[in-house]
Design a binder for this molecule. Structure first.
Ligand code: PXG
Length: 440
């Protein structure tokens, strides 16, 4: 048994994105994790269908990361990176740059996906200003987009509940339409056939505001939090073309699509579309230590390297940018990804995972199944007048029966660690099928 002391106070912790009162009457506690499984407080094993929260791509409790963290905290627990340096931050940046596609060679470290998005938006604005195009201030996102919870991220994001409580948000944003089209694309395997033309909506927005006022467009290559929306065939290439044509920077938010999730290092490679900036987090340290990063293309970085050498080029940074322990965890994580060929492994497992996901078709209340790489979305019909209730019940029942899934509205998302074996896939979808069969 695991050595755990259960808390006697559940009230103090205001839980994030949680129904606090509901949770605290029937808490679901995880107390340990190893490889593909969590252990719940009552000792039952729970197979991790979500890589934690899309972060533990190499599975849990990886010895190499544990040792790297232990060593680093003993050797150098903290050192500033403002006008000072320490070796691990440089090494982590260099390793990450070599993993990123194209000339995304410059790395700005943050501590989360939300900070990465704010950083990318700020770099985009400052870049245009540095080049004498300071009128380019408008930031374009997409309906149903999720870019974390900073004011920048919710302003370009398109999830209504995450926006409507928080006032006026950033001014000067606009949104493209989302790409979800059940009528045309339900039960598509991989990229749906219909919808590339939705990228042309960006042309409409450019016509409305004029390109000279637009700094950047930000999208998730595959929208995750909103319920796994795979981009229509040709859509991302079209976005790239329009951005290039108008001098608008294209930001890919790869917080969940990065680090092998689609069976390639990054979605950028999978779709063969190079963004100007790329945001990352989560899998960068296998979820062990908070860390995020922004990959920046060389010419953008160079645009800042002007003026007197003693001038700071970017007035931005976090106390923990390039934190030694996060950097050490990240280096060890990237070692594991490479040594174990985990991105290739995800690609090899994807067809089996796809078949397993689509085998659920026909079970009660399912209205769509979609997938790409090691991600699947299963959309349920909502109960009349009670949106989200059916998927929430599925989530609770799955947990009780030994499977962790993630739900958003009435959509179930699965994104397991990339170390997954076929028998784990059978186990996951076996539990899910049983739960869905029993669910009203
Ligand atoms: N961008 C994307 C694309 C994300 O998925 C963030 C930014 C923000 O990252 P931080 O580290 O600030 O949380 C995310 C986060 C879900 C779920 O249910 C997804 C996320 C977070 C919580 C839940 O799919 N992704």
């Amino acid at each position: 048994m695991t050595d755990v002391t259960m808390p006697n106070d559940l009230e103090s912790f205001w839980m994030p994105f949680t129904s606090n009162r509901q949770f605290k009457t029937a808490p679901r506690m995880l107390v340990a994790a190893k490889d593909m499984h969590y252990t719940a407080a009552d000792g039952h094993a729970v197979i991790d269908g979500t890589a934690g929260l899309w972060c533990c791509n190499a599975g849990h409790g990886r010895q190499k990361i544990i040792e790297a963290v232990q060593h680093q905290v003993t050797q150098l627990d903290f050192a500033p990176t403002f006008q000072m340096g320490h070796p691990k931050a440089f090494e982590a940046a260099s390793r990450l740059a070599s993993l990123l596609p194209g000339d995304l060679d410059r790395i700005f470290f943050t501590n989360s996906g939300s900070e990465s998005i704010d950083t990318a938006l700020k770099i985009a604005l400052a870049y245009h200003r540095a080049r004498g195009e300071g009128t380019r201030t408008r930031l374009i996102g997409r309906e149903r987009g999720y870019h974390g919870v900073g004011f920048g991220g919710i302003s370009v994001g398109g999830i209504v509940t995450n926006r409507k409580w928080f006032g006026g948000l950033l001014t000067g944003t606009d949104h493209m339409p989302h790409t979800h089209n059940l009528a045309a694309n339900a039960y598509t395997r991989g990229e749906p056939a219909v919808g590339a033309d939705l990228a042309d909506e960006l042309e409409r927005i450019v016509t409305l505001h004029d390109a000279s006022n637009i700094a950047a467009v930000v999208v998730e290559p595959v929208a995750g939090s909103t319920g796994v929306l795979v981009p229509p065939q040709g859509y991302l290439k079209r976005l790239r073309e329009i951005c290039t044509k108008h001098g608008i920077l294209l930001i890919f938010d790869e917080v969940i699509t990065g680090f092998g999730r689609l069976g390639s290092s990054f979605a950028s490679e999978h779709f063969d579309v190079l963004p100007d900036l790329m945001t990352m987090a989560k899998g960068i340290t296998n979820g062990v230590i908070p860390m995020g990063a922004v990959g920046v293309r060389e010419p953008i970085y160079q645009a800042f390297m002007q003026g007197p050498e003693n001038a700071m080029e970017l007035f931005h940074g976090y106390t923990y940018s390039g934190h030694p322990i996060a950097a050490a965890a990240s280096i060890a994580t990237m070692d594991i990804y490479r040594e174990e060929g985990l991105f290739e492994r995800a690609a090899a497992m994807a067809p089996y995972f796809e078949d397993a996901a689509h085998s659920l078709k026909g079970l009660p209340n399912i209205i769509d199944i979609r997938n790409i790489g090691l991600v699947a979305g299963i959309e349920l019909a909502p109960r009349p007048g009670k949106p989200g209730a059916r998927a929430y019940d599925a989530f609770v029942k799955c947990f009780e029966q030994g499977l962790l899934i993630r739900t958003t509205g009435d959509i179930i998302a699965l994104s397991p660690p990339l170390i997954i074996e076929k028998h784990h896939i059978d186990e996951m979808f076996g539990i899910l099928a049983k739960v869905l069969r029993e669910l009203d």
